[in-house]
Design a protein around this ligand. Sequence first.
Ligand code: NDP
Length: 458
Amino acid sequence: MSYDFDLLVIGAGSGGIAAARRAAQHGAKVGIVEFDRLGGTCVNRGCVPKKLMVYASHFPELFSDAQGYGWSAVESSLDWDKMITSVNAEVTRLNGIYQTMLDNSQVEMLTGRGSFIDAHTVVIEQDGEAPSTSRQVTADKILIAVGGHPVKPPILGIEHAITSDDIFNLKPQPKRMVILGGGYIGSEFACILNGLGIEVTQVIRGDRILRGFDDDLRTEIQLGMSNHGIRFLNNIQLIAIEKNDEGVTVTVGREDGSADTVIADAVSLAAVGRKPNTQHLGLEMAGVKAHGGAVMVDKYSRTNVENIYAVGDCTNNINLTPVAINEGRAFADTVFGGNSRTMSYENVPTAVFTTPEAATVGLTEAEAREQYGEAVQIYRSRFRSMYYVLPGKDEKTMMKLVVDQTTDKVLGAHMVGSHAAEIIQGIAIALKMGATKANFDATVGIHPSSAEEFVTMR
Ligand code: NDP
């Protein structure tokens, strides 16, 4: 049987584009379906615009630190609209780069929303188009790479809350903001908005932000965020959001029956997790199994249907751009490149771009103790880095190594402090190679740096 394409990718985000280009390099005839801008969440509504706003949020601190080094005070104010416009212009530039990359790879763009008719056929519809004018294409293999979207908690007045999708177009600059949720997105935006001069209250249902991360890291980040002026409301249940003359009032309750209200301008930000974009994909038409909306796959990213695969956030595996890219390339190499390989989920490093920044790789102390019990040895260091001495700021850096004493293997490395992401990326290579604590100790430090602490901990 002949098909229109060897591979049809549904979704032109990080994972889909990486897979499409790699498969085309292997000689496959590839089409990619997308209704929105190229690049998916990461480029359009996530990593890229977020990181640009992180940079923007650091300038007030830099201006004030500079005075400790003898610079005169800087009088500067933020033009919010200009920042938003500049950030979006960069996103548009990247959309163009992605288009060029696809064109150069000879991947055919199919604009519209794709959904399954059967296991080899996808219908592509434009929004508002009559169904009769939609296009159907067939493919030997189909890759689902449709990503995810933010969810809103089902509370009264939630329509007055925006999500991280909307924040990059938010105008005018709010003065007060309530953030619901203590995960990656809630915590990063709490810091961005706080740094940009907005009064931020972060509402979390546990006692600390960033559940799942190492406990020392969670405590240190939250302490740092509090010191930077973010107000936390812990151990709460969300009750309602109400719009009124002052803006919005967010009412939260606690188990003991007490309640608090927080007033914000215009909107609050709901950052309580994300869900796969699989609702309108017609998975059932192709017989593809999903669990809680997430496409179920094996270690080769293959679904229960022999010719259909899925990568990235729609599988709800690890929702990180580099993971989706690696999954996509491993899929393409296996299926079209004659090189059968799988993505390794061991020691995937990750960073949280809060202020202070945090990054981590490997096991948390709690996970290590569960797996290795008494054999776990912890090395921890907490200090003020040289940079903060002259500005007279009590900013702390925290570094931690989790080691299995039996084998001397380093199981986990965690850091809170400036450049944590840059530092942990290098440490992650060592962990991936199975480095021991003795290997760390035998490595000469770079002096003076914060990173050298990782090779001098005793
Ligand atoms: P997360 O899953 O990281 O966090 C969700 C947060 O919302 C948790 O604090 C959770 O609390 C809270 N929550 C969930 N349901 C409710 C509720 N009904 N009421 C109140 N609070 C609730 O989701 P995010 O949306 O922050 O991020 C999604 C994913 O995106 C991340 O897991 C990550 O993989 C990815 N991401 C990565 C980034 C990076 O690499 N730097 C940046 C941004 C996103 P509790 O802890 O109690 O469950």
